[in-house]
Design a binder for this molecule. Structure first.
Ligand code: FAD
Length: 126
């Protein structure tokens, strides 16, 4: 697999098993040039695999290489506490946790999923 790196992001060919272009490797299963095992990497690589499959079905020539855009990093560190690094912005403690919660809820589809996740998170953290 060809891997190149340039400022602030990563670019690789379509992320497939060697010799098996029909098998995609995304998220925590892939190990690419130091990309962290984070939800953002999983979401972007999964979206890239989906687009690549759709392009192949349409017969749209060569797929675009996977390019990771670093949108920031967030992680919970204890009950109601998290750290977040988004560009020049650094958040921590309860404010960091609220930002973490907001981002994770926003990216879920459907009201039921959002409500259930919020309820489970509050129950787990309290
Ligand atoms: C405790 C913890 C805290 C984390 N906190 C953060 C955080 O704050 N911020 C952040 O960005 N990232 C965090 N991460 C990392 C983030 O959760 C992962 O990077 C992300 O979930 C990877 O997504 P994925 O789709 O590759 O794998 P997963 O989310 O693990 O999804 C894989 C799915 O495949 C299913 N599966 C497994 N085997 C089979 C099988 N044989 N057949 C069918 N299904 C199967 C599993 O049940 C699971 O649902 C955390 C991870 C952990 C463990």
């Amino acid at each position: 697999m060809r891997v190149t790196r340039y400022e602030g992001s990563h670019s690789v060919g379509v992320v497939c098993l060697p010799g098996h272009p029909e098998i995609f490797v995304v998220g925590d299963l892939m190990s690419l040039d130091g990309l962290p095992g984070l939800a953002e990497v999983a979401m972007q690589s999964g979206a890239h695999a989906g687009h690549t499959i759709a392009e192949r079905v349409r017969g749209d020539g060569d797929a675009k290489p996977f390019r990771y855009r670093d949108l920031g990093t967030m992680a919970t560190i204890s009950r109601f506490r998290a750290v977040a690094s988004i560009g020049p912005i650094r958040l921590w403690g309860f404010i960091g946790w609220l930002a973490w919660l907001l981002v994770h809820i926003v990216f879920l589809t459907g009201f039921k999923n959002r409500f259930t996740t919020l309820r489970q998170t509050l129950r787990r953290d309290s």
